[in-house]
Design a protein around this ligand. Structure first.
Ligand code: AP5
Length: 219
């Protein structure tokens, strides 16, 4: 495959992280989750860390300026040379414009895929999500429970629930998605470059369709 940026778009809980992880294993490209990078920043005892932490806890989007720095710094690392997977970026039109600029500077093609899931299913997925703090494996108490309650199948670590996976921030995140990210979807759809995939199917079926979209003719 030639040098590519694979962009996975979707509402909170659509399965971006789950699918990006599989794509990363398939292609050997790094998975760049802006949510993960920001959570790491939020743990730092700095003014910036505090701002990021508060914004995320409220379920709002972190500013485009902060994201621009994050994405430039991360995508110019050596492991991104052959390609990378964007999980959670872009989410606004400004971010989309910056990505086009970066792709052209880096000589990479962009592939866009959107995972579509109904709002009812999204809420259940978010409230039921648990993750392994050690290896990052994602579970769901309703759809993909671990073998032993609360424990990672892979390394035995105790699973954790994200602070923004509680009812109030979940409602705000879904609203924020409609307000800020929906215009971006219109923009990509109109340019005919967005492949839409039904995310309400088993994980492996979604993955199979994503692979076809990524390897298919120009989208
Ligand atoms: P981020 O961490 O990216 O959160 P998100 O967009 O809300 O998405 P999620 O991680 O919640 O869901 P996902 O789509 O990855 O689903 P997953 O695979 O885990 O961002 C967090 C915050 O950071 C944002 O709110 C914002 O504040 C900030 N931020 C990040 N990027 C930003 C940006 N670009 N600009 C500004 N701010 C930014 O799956 C969810 C659950 O469903 C899991 O339990 C999973 O097991 C289950 N599941 C997955 N697939 C299936 C399936 N096919 N069937 C059944 N269950 C499934």
């Amino acid at each position: 495959m030639s040098s590519k940026i694979i962009v996975i778009i979707g509402a909170p809980g659509a399965g971006k992280g789950t699918q990006s992880r599989l794509l990363s294993e398939e292609y050997g490209y790094p998975q760049i989750s802006t949510g993960e990078i920001l959570r790491e920043m939020a743990r730092a005892d700095t003014a910036l860390g505090q701002t990021v932490k508060e914004t995320m806890a409220e379920g709002r989007l972190v500013s485009d300026e902060i994201l621009a720095e994050v994405i430039r710094a991360r995508t110019t690392q050596p492991d991104c040379k052959d390609g990378y997977i964007l999980d959670g970026y872009p989410r606004t039109l400004d971010q989309a414009r910056l990505l086009e600029e970066l792709a052209s500077q880096q000589g990479k093609q962009i592939r866009f895929a959107r995972i579509v899931v109904s709002e009812e299913a999204l809420s259940k997925r978010l409230m039921g999500r648990r993750a392994c703090p050690r290896c990052g494996e994602i579970y769901n108490i309703y759809f993909r429970p671990p073998k032993v309650d609360g424990v990672c199948d892979l390394d035995g670590a105790e699973l954790v629930q994200r602070s923004d996976d509680h009812p109030e921030p979940v409602i705000r995140r879904l609203e924020e998605y409609k307000r800020s990210t929906a215009p971006l979807i219109d923009y990509y759809s109109k340019s005919g470059r967005l492949i839409e995939i039904n995310g309400e199917q088993p994980v492996d079926d979604v993955f199979e369709k994503l692979l076809a979209a990524v390897d298919g003719p120009n989208n």
